[in-house]
Design a protein around this ligand. Structure first.
Ligand code: SF4
Length: 353
């Protein structure tokens, strides 16, 4: 990693992006059966030096970038010692330039067990973190070798991260061999209770060269190559549960989670429990997005009443998180369209443009 060159930002049209990407580490110490990261990058996290990361921050800053930066590591906290050494340097760099960036990343659930790490991330202006929660069914985690999730009290862990000032975005999976018949209701109930508005629920997919792929190949259950999109209602292996039940259950979960009232309810609960969160510096494209949201969602959308109730409530009850509320409202639109299309087409999700 110490030899990875910085990206040539002159080749990117920065205005077309909502976030820029920086990578610190590759690899993850865990061993989830379905994961291809560990097959590609290994189980010993390797990191860039702090100087490399700060150099990339400098380049982004000099190129005029202001706003969100996605630290694209598959598990940012895979090497806690290295990340704890990096974070104060990032915080200091950001403060010296009057906080031009807010950061978000991906991390394993054991982040929640480490108060020091949570507060270092918060000080380095992380405001969101994607966590692979996968399922509330412990037997699925056990069978998939996702031991960190077996050990954790998942609801309590999510809450701790939220209370430290970071929104949790969750990855969830349906289609494990151990899924009980009531898994669909349990997923919805868990996501609701965890107050995770942005819940990326997908079907289990066997990616080539993973442990899952090898096992299912031996069992003669692989049907086709994965298309690389785990939100498409398409199975690439024969599940234990009846396929039709699984697919219709999946669509039902998405349709339920992304009913506007349901989504805004989770978002409201999140705002209530979210600790002090770094304020994003607003740039022209943010004002443009707000304007579009007010017109498209606030005037023309069928769910406009829910939208105004949500924003009005945020203004009255949790004004300090108004920026987060607007962002969540905008992201909600994407998911409402996605879930509606999934429901209507009954087969495949078409990316929303
Ligand atoms: S924690 Fe995430 S990145 Fe690590 S092995 Fe599991 S799924 Fe892969």
């Amino acid at each position: 990693m110490a030899r990875v060159p910085p990206p040539d930002l002159h080749l990117a049209r920065l205005r077309r992006y909502s976030a820029m990407a920086v990578q610190f580490s590759r690899g993850c110490p865990f061993d989830c059966e379905f994961c291809d990261i560990i097959e590609l990058f290994g189980r010993t996290p390797r990191t860039k030096t702090a100087e490399q990361v700060l150099d990339e921050f400098d380049r982004l800053y000099e190129a005029g970038w202001r706003g969100s930066v996605f630290v694209v590591d598959d598990n940012f906290v895979g090497n806690k010692k290295a990340v704890k050494a990096l974070l104060p340097r990032l915080a200091e760099w950001l403060e010296r330039r009057r906080n031009p960036f807010t950061l978000f990343t991906q991390a394993s659930i054991n982040l929640a067990d480490d108060d020091e790490l949570l507060s270092l991330m918060r000080a380095a202006r992380f405001n969101r973190v994607f966590v692979g929660i996968e399922t509330p069914v412990k037997a699925c985690h056990e069978a998939a070798g996702k031991h960190q999730n077996v050990k954790a009290d998942l609801l309590e862990s999510v809450r701790r991260i939220q209370e430290s000032g970071m929104e949790v975005m969750g990855g969830f999976i349906l289609g494990f061999d151990q899924d009980p018949p009531d898994v669909f209701d349990r997923q919805v109930a868990f996501i609701r209770e965890a107050a995770v508005p942005v819940s990326m629920v997908g079907l289990l997919t066997a990616i080539p060269n993973t442990r899952l792929w090898r096992r299912l190949s031996e069992e003669g259950r692989i049907l086709r190559e994965s298309i690389g999109d785990n939100t498409a209602a398409l199975l690439n292996f024969a599940p234990r549960m009846d396929s039709k039940t699984l697919l219709s259950g999946y669509r039902e979960v998405m349709a339920t989670l992304y009913r506007p009232e349901e989504y805004f309810g989770r978002a409201r609960e999140l705002l209530d429990r979210l600790g002090s969160s770094p304020r994003a510096r607003l740039v022209f494209s943010d004002y443009l997005a707000l304007f579009r949201s007010l017109v498209r969602q606030g005037i023309f959308a069928k769910y406009r009443a829910s939208y105004w109730r949500f924003l009005g409530g945020a203004l009255l009850r949790t004004r300090r998180h108004l920026g987060v509320a607007v962002t969540l409202a905008i992201m909600g639109h994407h998911f409402f369209v996605l879930a509606r299309r999934l429901d209507a087409e009954g087969r495949e999700v078409i990316p929303v443009r």
